[in-house]
Design a protein around this ligand. Structure first.
Ligand code: PT1
Length: 286
């Protein structure tokens, strides 16, 4: 019987911090600040709500908090950089002031990323893999922030309209390989880079399953892997459940990703997935 693929340890450089990826799967907690607020009063409420959610995820064991101000689910429309900054920067500033947690900004816009790193974010999580904004790589290089380079086919608005691949893993492998070269050419250091196959971003059900099954084919890119499966529609399709009934499916997909060599899992349910990761880590060994 073939054994599980070997676990490859890394140390992820995120500005002046270092995150050891040494066999204990790291948990990135999702903090969405996408609710529309029409007044300053609404903004203060949104900020306090975000702070409470961040505190809870930190108590539950999150290693990273990922703050996002624009939804990138299938069909979502862009918001402009000014509005995204108004949403995420007060939240990043407030969390950074109170807690020692690693902060990530989920954005593909250089203006948002710049403001975020100036206000305490140490990771830029770019769903476009440096592909949407030509200046994002410069912000990552200048700040020394960790950078998540994710694969997407198309844009969030159109990515689920008839995506297809010859060999989904090979295509994503080559895309990520090219984006690593782009990053290095802009002065991003190799140890700042985290790769992500982009589950649900321009993929059919079978593509998402193939990526989880064959994730280890990305190991020769020589970078750590982040995977986001939490509550996604491929789970809903298999279970015929709405977004509120995908906890067990998420747990199974998290386990699969860990056994195939993921280093960081991006999740909503931090307490539950931390437990799942503890068991998967123990089975995988290292
Ligand atoms: C992800 C991710 C992300 N996912 C990274 N950042 C989202 N690095 C946002 C669905 O099919 O996987 N990696 N930022 C959320 N995006 C989606 C995509 C949410 C698809 C839901 C679906 O339901």
């Amino acid at each position: 019987m073939p054994p599980l693929p070997p676990y490859n340890p890394y140390v992820w450089r995120c500005a002046e911090r270092r995150l050891a990826l040494d066999g204990r799967t790291r948990i990135m907690g999702i903090l969405n600040v996408t609710r529309d607020s029409f007044s300053d009063g609404g903004r203060f409420l949104a900020r306090d709500d975000a702070l409470r959610q961040a505190e809870r995820m930190i108590d539950e064991g999150a290693d990273i908090i990922d703050v996002g101000g624009e939804s990138t689910r299938p069909g979502a429309l862009p918001v402009d950089a000014e509005e995204e900054i108004r949403r995420v920067i007060p939240v990043i500033g407030a969390i950074g002031k109170r807690f020692d947690v690693l902060l990530s900004v989920d954005t593909y816009k250089s203006a948002v990323a710049r403001a975020a790193v100036e206000n305490g974010a140490r990771i830029i999580n770019d769903i476009s893999g440096l592909g949407f904004d030509p200046h994002l790589a410069d912000v990552a290089a200048a700040s020394g922030a960790g950078v998540v380079i994710m694969h997407i086919k198309g844009t969030p608005r159109d990515m689920q309209t008839d995506p297809h691949y010859e060999d989904v893993v090979a295509e994503i492998h080559d895309y990520l390989s090219q984006r690593i070269q782009t990053a290095l050419a802009h002065g991003i250091h190799r140890d700042q880079i985290m790769l992500d196959p982009g589950i649900g971003f321009g993929k059919r059900l079978e593509d998402n399953l193939t990526l989880l099954r064959e994730l280890a084919r990305l190991h020769d890119l020589d970078a750590p892997l982040l995977v986001g499966v939490s509550r996604k529609s491929f789970i809903g399709k298999l279970l015929d459940t709405g977004v509120g009934e995908r906890l067990e499916g998420t747990a199974a997909a998290v386990t699969a990703a860990i056994l195939h060599g993921a280093h960081v899992m991006r999740v909503h349910d931090v307490r539950e997935m931390k437990r799942v990761a503890t068991i998967a880590d123990a089975i995988r060994g290292v």
